[in-house]
Design a protein around this ligand. Structure first.
Ligand code: AMP
Ligand code: MG
Length: 419
């Protein structure tokens, strides 16, 4: 087995790149964005069936010893081991199954027992049925049972009051099972995040609609809506706005304070037709990130206005996708109060990859197999245009090509951000 060093931070290499533009390195941008966002503080108690994806705000404690009582770990015969010093047989005086109340076992007898049944008082061993030969109402053991075997002891998994789950856990299906097994029918979670979507672009029309000359279909609204849905965020508004500075400023001003996160799309570059930056300026938003050494997605901007964090993504859909993965996901985690953090791992390039040094690049990549050590091998296009959404169709994740890197050779290790 090969063990790799954990990936501690995004090794984007932008800061060291010769001739790198004066843009913020990705790792600094993530830190600056996170510093703008504080976890929501309000909590609520919800039943387990409503808790999937929510972020735990208080520990879940075991409401009983787990298991609650000594019980059989397998089907067999409950007995006193001392009654069978060197093998032999015992009379079978009854049976007990899961759900039965515990009974007593007289000395010199055995009881048929099934997995999960309480161990009869007096018994100290469950002899597995595979080693038992049943003959009428007697049972003989080919292999003498070992004292104490096949018994799940009271509290051996967790003791009453022990912590089962800690605050910060994002509740998934298995966590809900853990809560239920510990007797917690409700959990205390942070309130759901509220977000609003502000999509800019005079050229945009909803998919499905006939297009006027010069128009294109809006790809970012459904994508960003889905990202919010996946994260369990309540999207309170999702609106397309014209490319007008004062319209954007008034929309952002009206939303600020009503939601935790405003995600904007488009208009964040530095052209005359990009009105988002000027609108943020008009409003006096506190801008923490404005221009990142990332490809695609350089103009991505993160700011705060009143009680809302504003994540401004570029309009090019691949750029919006990438910057959401790199900045949006950690921001949501921070606001939600989860300690999950992005999952990243190492993969190997299967072919030579070229890259223009300067910005670090997140390129859609597909897992195509494994190397001799079992590491994933990835393939990706030689060049991905930030408007070419089709490049994402087959992607399993994004590889990070560091900013100072000119070429990645086949077999080189790369950082991989799975989708
Ligand atoms: P912008 O960031 O507004 O300068 O837009 C950059 C490019 O992305 C332009 O070609 C836009 O037409 C395109 N674009 C902007 N928003 C969207 C969107 N929501 N869906 C698809 N393409 C978009
Ligand atoms: Mg635009």
């Amino acid at each position: 087995m090969t063990i790799f060093e954990p990936i501690k931070s995004t090794a984007c290499g932008c800061d060291g790149a010769p001739g790198a533009p004066a843009l913020m390195p990705v790792c600094d941008a993530v830190s600056a964005a996170l510093a703008l966002a504080a976890p929501v503080t309000e909590t609520e108690e919800v039943p387990l069936h409503a808790a999937l994806g929510r972020c735990l705000a208080a520990p879940v404690l075991a409401r009983a010893n787990l298991p609650r009582f000594d019980n059989a770990a397998m089907d067999g015969y409950a007995l006193r081991c001392a009654d069978l010093p060197g093998g032999g047989d015992l009379p079978v005086i009854g049976s007990c199954a899961a759900g039965d109340a515990p009974v007593s076992l007289p000395p010199g007898t055995a009881m048929r027992i099934y997995t999960g049944a309480p161990i009869p008082r007096g018994a100290d061993t469950v002899a597995m049925q595979e080693n038992a030969v049943r003959n009428g109402d007697r049972v003989r053991f080919a292999v003498p049972p070992r004292a104490g075997s096949a018994i799940r002891k009271t509290g051996e998994n967790r003791q009453l009051g022990e912590v089962m789950l800690s605050p910060g856990t994002r509740l998934e299906a298995h966590h809900l099972a853990i809560c239920a097994s510990a007797g917690a029918g409700t959990v205390t979670v942070r309130r759901r995040l509220r977000a609003a979507l502000v999509v800019t672009g005079d050229e945009l029309a909803p998919a499905g609609q006939e297009l006027e000359d010069g128009a294109i279909w809006d790809a970012n609204s459904p994508m960003l809506t889905a990202f919010c849905e996946q994260a369990g965020v309540s999207l309170v508004a999702a609106t397309r706005f014209p490319d007008r500075r004062e319209v954007l400023a008034s929309a952002l001003s009206a939303l600020s304070g009503t939601v935790d996160l405003i995600v904007t799309s488009g208009g964040v570059s530095v052209g005359d037709r990009d009105h988002l930056g000027p609108a943020l300026k008009d409003l006096g938003a506190k801008v923490a990130v404005c221009g990142v050494a990332i490809k695609p997605g350089k103009p991505v901007t993160v700011s705060r206005l009143g009680g809302s964090v504003i994540l401004s993504l570029p309009g090019n859909p691949v750029a919006a996708f990438v910057t959401w993965q790199v900045l949006g996901r950690p921001l949501l985690d921070r606001l939600a109060g989860t300690d999950a953090g992005p999952v990243r791992r190492h993969v190997r390039a299967s072919d030579l990859l070229r890259h223009k040094p300067g910005r670090c690049e997140y390129r859609p990549a597909r897992i195509v197999g494994y190397d001799g050590a079992g590491m994933e091998r990835i393939a990706c296009a030689d060049h991905v245009h930030s408007a070419d959404l089709a490049a994402l169709a087959q992607a399993d994740g994004l590889i990070l090509i560091p900013g100072d890197c000119e070429e990645v050779e086949a077999g080189d290790l790369l950082e991989f951000l799975p989708l």
